[in-house]
Design a binder for this molecule. Sequence first.
Ligand code: MOS
Length: 764
Amino acid sequence: MPRKIVKTKYFFEEDYRETIAEVSTDKYKDWGNNDTLNVVGKAVSRIDGYDKVSGTAIYTFDVDLPGMTHARILGSAYPNAKIKKINTKKAKQLDGVLEILTFENAAKIPWFNNSTMLFDSHVRYEGDEVAAIVAESDSIAEEALKLIEVEYEQLSFVTSSQDALKVNSVKIHDNGNIVGGKPAEYDRGNIEEGFKEADYVLEDKFETQIAVHNSTEVHCSVVNWDGNKLKVWDSTQGVFAVRNVVSRSLGLPESDVTVITKYMGGGFGSKLETGKYTIIAALLARDIGKPVKITVNRKQMNLITGNRPDSIQTLKAGIKKDGTLTAMSLTSYSAVGAYPSWGGCSGPIKGIYKCSNLKTTEYSVMINAGRARAFRAPGHVQGTFALESFIDELAEKAGIDPLEFRLKNYSEVDPGSGSPYTTKLLREAYKKGSEAIGWYEKRKPTGTDTGYLKRGIGMATQIWGGSGGPPAYVTLKLNSDGSVTILGGSQDIGTGTYTILAQVVSEVLEIPIDRMQVILGNTSSVPFGPESGGSTTAPSLSPAARDAAEQMKSKIISGAAAVLGLPEDELVYKEASVYVKNDKSKSVSIPALMHSMHEQMFITNGARSANPEHYAINSFGAHFAEVEVNTETGKIKVLKIVAAHDIGRVLNQKTVENQFHGGIIQGIGFALMEERILDANTGKVLNTDLHTYKIPTIKDVPEIEIYVVSKGDNLLSNTGVKGMGEPAIIPTAGAIANAVYNAIGKRIKSLPMTPDKVLNALYG
Ligand code: MOS
């Protein structure tokens, strides 16, 4: 089958990745609308649904090996300290304790995930790894942690980006507190000229909080050595990424390391990075010669496994009287924790609106706290809240309806590069969403609702990447009875990858899904695939699955031609059999074909094709929110969210709706209640459990309506799928904030919009 090596690029989380990969060059016919398809696009139930609801699905947390031991990690008690001495004697004496690692015996292990050491005698945040214990049981390991005596020399610390930028601030690392030594800057056009052209110039400041992922399945690994070969069950979004880090850290060939993630209970970006705990478990397991399970507890989930960095964003814009944007600027400060990470939030302002004069300046600032990690649409969630609140302010200044203002500044091409989009159906999303919420009929002029319960309607726009791209592979095995085994690179992180791959193959081969087995998340059996991040899994893998299936179909037809002694163009493939066009009574089924050919299995390898050159590839959409604000208690209740998006083709109506629900609920948490509170006096986090760190419960969930306005993006790939896992959360907080403003006539510029802030805005 034709293949070639190409260079292509795609947006992954906050950045562009350039890849050179072997891709398929076969061009398959466009699938057209979903209406023309039989399996793809339908609300197919998850093929792993039974395993999950019956409790038989094995997540990493459930893996239980014979003779398995249990490891736990001791974290620093202080936000900044030098470890003077560690006394592990008492802990070692506890019955059942097998081994203890500290910086004294494990500091020198190379750790290839980032620049930090596995253990460091200088700990820079509460929870920073100090030691690890493995014991015969989990409770013994936990008990033994308390017996380790650590002598710290406490150092002064800093807990906010603003303090960390002061000249006399504590330096967390020798080279200063700004990541990269300077802010990330971007500009286009001429900002000064743009402001001069404006009739009005507005400036405002918005703040967002630090939020933590709170995956249901805690971070954990189970490791087992068999001689020099290592097997790792890991709760990860990227089995190949983990294999890479583990093999390099331990000096093993990749072929000696197997990483398995069959099911995963949530990651949202926190499980994109390989955990130190995985390496620690591998070292401990090698030392004691037994399998080790290592688990991060709930408190550590909050402290050490990442967070969405906070932001202080100053936005400035110039507009003409008619609402045309003439210039925009953003300056942001984000606290990213004690090790270099990224905290920018300029994606939305750069990408959504037509504005040729634009400048962004983003400071990622280190403080003495756990490090930021990617968190569902990193940057865009914070950036969209601020931008879309500000856009409403600009619309009000111009005396224009907020939706009309957005349409007025609509960009037909990518505003940065001028490139056309493969598709952009944002206008259609606005139309569908505004109709569904009753934008023009139901929305009252701001602040005019009477009574103490005030209702309002607001909206916000989203932009995201999510094109996916190579390298991503799918291997198909067609068995002699006509059943199919699908081996997909990558893993299913809960989004439905098992099911969508089966649907794609079923669509092409017309073989029912119940005759298919899908294997994912095992580096020793599946071909390479990317981490599940950046909303790229379906857009990267589904075209590879289609490629493999189309090749399989060709193979079957060629085989049938040889068996029947007829040219291929006299044959037609239908429902796993090949028929003679002019004589429908003559046919050959897959089992008969295999038998005639003395074959037991057909194998094909499908590859993701390259992304089209010279196009911008983005998903777009808008959320519309209706809220009710209790002006006596300050409590905001979200009544309804309408989500309308251009996400390319829907592969599975159910799993798309699932992800939208999840993203919207997570967005409500971010908008109204979630906040990691770091105490400036002690440098410790005050709410490290799910009692004090509030996340939404079922009572906070509003009525949700989902509309996908797009069909297949046929310029993008052979399945035309754009990613949607992150778009689902992006515009939620902005839409709610604008609805709150519409209800009460006061703008809450700081997240989360807790009752105290509402009451302050109303009466303060
Ligand atoms: Mo990413 S935040 O894992 O999609």
